[in-house]
Design a protein around this ligand. Structure first.
Ligand SMILES: Nc1ncnc2c1ncn2[C@@H]1O[C@H](COP(=O)(O)OP(=O)(O)OP(=O)(O)O)[C@@H](O)[C@H]1O
Length: 262
């Protein structure tokens, strides 16, 4: 699987250009982080790249084919979207919610098959939430719901997962669990993920590639360790940062410390 965007430009009818000539490419096993200040266009980019908003110029391609040429079924069998886990009014149980991820495979009048149920249960096992099977989504914590939404996306057996700020609103433990799941899916199953984040340290922790937006619609793309540097962070966020590394036992961690506003 190769997913790429070439020369993507977009502006809302109301205003200025939000995205100017954005290009990137990811493939099986990659994890890509999208970083940038508030309002830089991260969510807009996610929506444009999946075809939910129309590129003014440029295109998104899946395995070399412009996604506008693909049927909805062809696209959504390969790409799954994980929205932000903001409280949910649905009284569906976790299992029912995860089964919705099979909708690309179930006809509108059909019932989920045994294979659909098996896929849903496997997805819950992969993200470690089998114990939540019967819990109603409306009574879940943000962390539990985030994992259910990731499992729902996985139930579709996608090749590309697109996640909108998957670690926002989560405590330290749940942040690490979500990051570990994304990293493990890439490493063990080759599932590529693209995620928006406000945490550069998270990008350095799990993202092979990063796209850093500058607030004027432009973006730099490349290996995370080369893209996320002190100068680029200062230029993009107008904040001085210190990036350092620490060794803990045999692991190396990148620290990104915001120092002060420029
Ligand atoms: N539906 C819309 N109509 C018009 N302008 C919009 C719309 N949605 C977003 N915008 C504008 O587009 C710009 C980019 O918004 P977007 O939500 O993509 O930024 P973001 O980087 O995801 O921000 P944040 O980090 O705050 O979530 C902002 O100036 C925003 O006000």
């Amino acid at each position: 699987m190769i997913f790429d965007v070439e020369g993507g430009c977009f502006s809302y009818p109301s205003g200025d250009g939000v995205l100017n000539d954005v290009s990137f490419s990811v493939e099986e096993g990659d994890v890509m982080a999208i970083l940038g200040p508030n309002g830089a266009g991260k969510t807009t980019l996610l929506r444009c790249m999946m075809g939910l908003l129309p590129w003014r110029t440029g295109c998104s391609r899946l395995d070399g084919r412009d996604i506008r040429e693909l049927s909805a079924g062809e696209l959504w069998r390969k790409v799954a979207y994980v929205p932000q886990a903001k409280g949910m009014a649905f009284s569906y149980s976790a299992e029912e919610m995860v089964l919705l991820g099979r909708s690309a495979y179930v006809s509108t009048i059909g019932q989920p098959s045994k294979a659909d149920l098996a896929s849903a249960r496997m997805a819950m096992e992969i993200v470690g939430i089998s114990y939540l099977r019967d819990k109603p989504c409306c009574r879940m914590s943000g962390g539990e719901l985030q994992m259910v939404l990731i499992a729902r996306a996985l139930a579709a057996e996608p090749e590309l997962l697109v996640l909108d700020e998957p670690e926002s609103n989560l405590d330290y433990r749940n942040q690490l669990i979500v990051l570990d799941v994304i990293e493990k899916l890439a490493r063990e199953r080759g599932i590529c993920s693209i995620f928006n984040t406000h945490y550069p340290a998270h990008a350095l922790r799990i993202a092979t590639k990063s796209l850093l937006m500058d607030g004027c619609g432009h973006a730099s793309f490349g290996d995370s360790k080369s893209i996320i540097n002190e100068e680029a962070m200062r230029s993009s966020f107008s904040v001085n940062v210190r990036i350092d590394r620490i060794n803990v036992d045999s692991d190396v961690f990148d620290l990104v410390v915001p120092l002060h506003v420029v």
